[in-house]
Design a protein. Sequence first.
Length: 281
Amino acid sequence: MMRAACRALSRTQPKYSKCLRPILPSSRSFTRWHSTVSSDEINKFGGMASRWWDVDGDLKPLHQMNPTRLNFIKQGVSSMQSSSTDTIPSPETITRRPLQGLRVLDIGCGGGILTEPLARLGAHVVGIDAASASIAVAQAHCAGDPDLNQGNLQYLCTTAEDLIQENIKPFDVVCSLEVVEHVSNPKLLIQSVSQLLRPGGSAFMSTMNRTHLSYVYAILFAEHLLRLTPVGTHDWAKFISPQEMARMMEDEGLKVHCTSGMAYNPFTGRWSLQRDTSVNY
């Protein structure tokens, strides 16, 4: 089984930092020291831009895991709203539009695979990505959908750290899924998540644990054997252990409320939540 997980976080106190210079949607501008962006990753995912919405293509795993990721987010938000952090309510207890009226930020949104469903759940969503080609695909995909043209979905070609400069109002929910293992500065990304999240808000992050098992499943099996993702999609050296992640989050005032693993069934092509976080968390 392949496994993944998300962490549900809450902002315990506001934090602020010095503003950074604006960023331009050009790969050359993404090389400065105080940046989360790797030009190699921008080129990699920019090259995949036309295939973001090909449900049977290179990004098929993201499409397959989306329902489970969304359920986790809905459950986490509902749990925080009910002030009950001990247990997560079942999907049956959650309304059809549980994010109604909430402001949501999707960091590293790519072509909008997660962003669009978040907007359909009633949220006012801003999706940001440093790859201009991906943002163009995201904008084009939602352009003809009347349900997504009600002023509740916006895409920006920028980074989280540069969005802070705009003095934008903090968000109720911040998501950054399958992103931190692709950035050049994970600590800066988590710092930015904290600064963009309102006090008491909820953040959801997911990444891969740096274990022998994650190398076998995510690199050998997924990329080389099963070809679920293109070879070179992930760099095992960039995976982050839960202990490292927890320290960085705590440094930025984020408190972990819930952690869940996610297992992939190759026979059904479906993902499900579980306790094991040895590959992703």
